[in-house]
Design a protein around this ligand. Structure first.
Ligand code: S3P
Length: 466
């Protein structure tokens, strides 16, 4: 069974048909056998483009006046959802598949004219970033747009986005509904607001800031802990100044984004799976090149260091205002548990499943504080991590919103275990790494969900074992 995106053989321009919705990843009942690593992971590699930055490059270019040039864009199901939606809204997207698997080319946005009324509901697939950022993008336009998603996205909370946008003057139907599908009716007279976000969420922050670019005055977003800041870093590249301190971001409107050039660095969240596999597998030593080293994203390297793992980060340049460079990781035989405090959780939020697997191999208890947000990711990742670790024979439990893992340095995994990814890409890769690094074959149900963020995951692992 092949898990590649359905058109990875296409080497030239991608057209509309290439962005049709793929089969819902969560629907698959099939299991994939994952082979143990053929040897230590060694050598250097580039991981695909950062998912968060790729979404923003596509969406901001679609909003802008003129033709933007983008390179290094991640070709994955989630980013294709963003591309499909902005095309339906009138942006011209001419991206070509590059030899390294990334997408590059031009995107001509709707600019001051605004998006067109789409003929059909916009299907955001599995992508929370697409749905939530689009809500902010559609806020200033007098059109009616229905946003829908797959069965996973249709259970994820949306009131966190609709509540501040309604304060700005946007309407949603049905009113007060928490889940997609939702119909948004924008307002040409958006009010600038100061909003205290109830949780640290870059998707919420971005939706409000993007709406704020069209509102008269200063829109301010305060957050309880620092979330990723790609929007604040990238908007000035599109001619929209932002101000940002640790817990506050703001934008001054009204402004029309102007076309820009964006080069997307490698995704640290994808790199984390290779890094953790190298830390766990004897003899491994790898380098991941040209990866984003944004501090709001590489909390996992600090967590691994605190566990005693041999991990190093070396900055060598930047892509726009995003710092980039290399992450090195070596096998580390003695790991120790540690505590990850609430204010650092946002910087590891997508890496908690794979960090939990590393914690399962460490001496002592690891505690992730205040990780309730994991319950509303692509699946309930908190419950799924506890269940998967219990399957491995590791004591893991939730206490309120905290996650506890009591590691076992001599953990052995029996052959032939079957894990359920629940259609969640990060869980699929976590359980694959559990088997690979333990030297036993395992089965992962719904493994093709890796196409959401890292379609070449298995081939990159294979390359590092040669
Ligand atoms: C993202 C923000 C995070 C993260 C998600 C991508 C983004 O979600 O988990 O994978 O690109 O802004 P929240 O904003 O819900 O925390």
């Amino acid at each position: 069974m092949s898990h590649e995106l359905n058109n990875t053989s296409i080497s030239n321009a991608l057209d509309a048909a290439d962005f049709e919705v793929a089969a819902a990843p969560c629907a698959s009942p099939e299991s994939t056998e994952i082979a143990p690593l053929a040897g230590p992971l060694r050598g250097s590699i580039h991981v695909p483009g950062d998912k968060s930055i790729s979404h923003r490059a596509v969406l901001f270019s679609a909003m802008a006046e003129g033709t933007s040039r983008v390179t290094g864009v991640l070709d994955s199901e989630d980013v294709r959802s963003s591309i499909r939606c902005v095309r339906a809204l009138g942006a011209e997207v001419s991206l070509e598949k590059q030899p390294d698997g990334s997408l590059a080319g031009g995107i001509t946005g709707w600019g001051a004219q605004g998006p067109k009324q789409p003929d059909e509901p916009l299907d955001c697939g599995n992508s929370g970033t697409t749905a939530r950022l689009l809500m902010g993008i559609l806020a200033p336009w007098d059109i009616r747009v229905t946003l829908s998603g797959d069965s996973s996205l249709s259970t994820r909370p949306m009131r966190r986005i609709t509540a501040p946008l309604m304060k700005m003057g946007v309407r949603f139907e049905p009113e007060g509904r928490e889940h997609l599908p939702l119909t948004e009716i924008g307002s040409a007279n958006l009010r600038a607001i100061e909003y205290d976000a109830p949780m640290a969420s870059a998707q919420l922050k971005t939706a409000v800031l993007l709406a704020g670019t069209y509102a008269q005055g200063t829109t301010v977003l305060n957050e309880p802990a620092r979330s990723r800041n790609h929007t604040e870093l990238m908007l000035p590249q599109y001619g929209v100044p932002t101000t940002a301190s640790d817990l506050m971001s703001s934008v001054e409107g009204p402004r029309v984004l102007q076309a820009s050039e964006v080069s997307v660095p490698g995704d640290p969240s994808s790199a984390a799976f290779l890094v953790c596999a190298a830390v766990l597998h004897p003899g491994s030593a790898i380098q991941i090149e040209n990866v984003s080293l944004n501090t709001a994203r590489i909390g996992f390297t600090r967590t691994l260091e605190r566990m005693g793992a041999q991990v190093e980060v070396a900055r060598s340049g930047s892509s726009g205002k995003e710092p980039s460079g290399m992450i090195e990781a070596c096998y580390t035989p003695h790991l120790k548990g540690c505590e990850i405090p609430a204010q650092h959780i946002a910087s590891v939020i997508d890496e908690i499943p794979i960090l939990a697997l590393v914690a399962a191999h460490a001496q002592g208890v690891t505690v992730f504080r205040q990780v309730g947000e994991l319950r509303v990711k692509e699946t309930d990742r908190l419950a799924a991590v506890v269940a998967g670790l219990e399957q491995l024979g590791v004591d893991a439990w939730e206490d309120g919103d905290d996650l506890f893992i009591e590691g076992q340095p001599d953990l052995r995994i029996p052959e032939g275990m079957e894990f359920d990814s629940k259609g969640d890409h990060r869980l699929a890769m976590t359980w694959a790494v559990a088997g690979m690094t333990a030297g036993v074959p395992v089965k992962v149900k719904g493994f093709e969900s890796v196409n959401i963020s890292y379609p070449g995951f298995l081939s990159d692992i294979e390359r590092l074992t040669q």
